[in-house]
Design a protein around this ligand. Structure first.
Ligand code: SF4
Length: 216
């Protein structure tokens, strides 16, 4: 398979590639990733949140990184954005159990809320995405999905390069570097943050369209 695009930082092997090289099952990868220290993000997170779903899913959905609830529970897409995704998958007629769900980065990156106790999401940088790339590539190698649907710019740019614009290419059927069908769409958390109900309704309609297109 081809390698994922991480923009200007392009060493031949990501920090996690050697770790991810030998396991031939998702369970084996998950066990190894649980002990990954290939970038600093493991230090402040509770645990590695690895991908989940059928080992031969036709559709792989890729987000940016686990959030606060995912970090505590150890499963991807179980927080507010995940619940919204579940609802939309249901409305689009897609069974979540048929989909492999993962993130480009497997540890929660956060900063403390100023004068508060909440852990605020912080976007992973290029070096962290690169460090984690081996795990994602290994997941793709094992699952071998027909279609990869990326949620949001961070995930999409990990495949298509930093200049890739989700607004420009949302919903278009492209190819990932390894040859799978590739689509990019909104991240559910971006829809949830939209300021008006009209904006959210419009984005949701497009999101449902993209989910259906990805699943067919
Ligand atoms: S974010 Fe990825 S590369 Fe960094 S420590 Fe976690 S699993 Fe390893």
């Amino acid at each position: 398979m081809g390698t994922l695009d991480t923009g200007t930082v392009r060493p031949k092997v990501s920090a996690s590639s050697a770790l991810a090289a030998s396991p031939r099952s998702i369970g084996g990868l998950r066990s190894r990733a649980a002990a990954c220290t290939a970038c600093p993000l493991y230090g402040r997170a509770t645990q590695t949140v690895f991908g989940e779903g059928p080992a031969r899913a036709k559709l792989m959905i890729v987000g940016e990184q686990p959030g606060d609830e995912e970090d505590r529970e150890g499963h991807p897409f179980v927080g507010p954005a995940g619940r919204y995704l579940d609802k939309c998958l249901d409305e689009a007629g897609i069974d979540r159990n048929d989909v492999y769900l993962t993130n480009v980065v497997k540890h929660f990156k956060w900063v403390p809320q100023p004068r508060g106790k909440r852990r605020i999401h912080s976007k992973p940088n290029a070096a962290e995405i690169l460090a984690c790339r081996g795990w994602l590539e290994a997941e793709i190698r094992i699952v071998s999905p027909d279609t990869i649907l990326c949620l949001g710019a961070t995930a999409a740019q990990a495949f298509q390069g930093r200049r890739f614009s989700v607004l420009e290419h949302r919903g278009k059927i492209l190819r990932s570097p390894d040859g799978a069908r590739f689509l990019a769409t909104y991240h559910p958390s971006a829809i949830l943050r939209m300021p008006t109900s009209q904006d959210r309704a419009k984005a949701k309609a497009l999101f449902l369209e993209d989910l259906r297109r990805a699943a067919t």
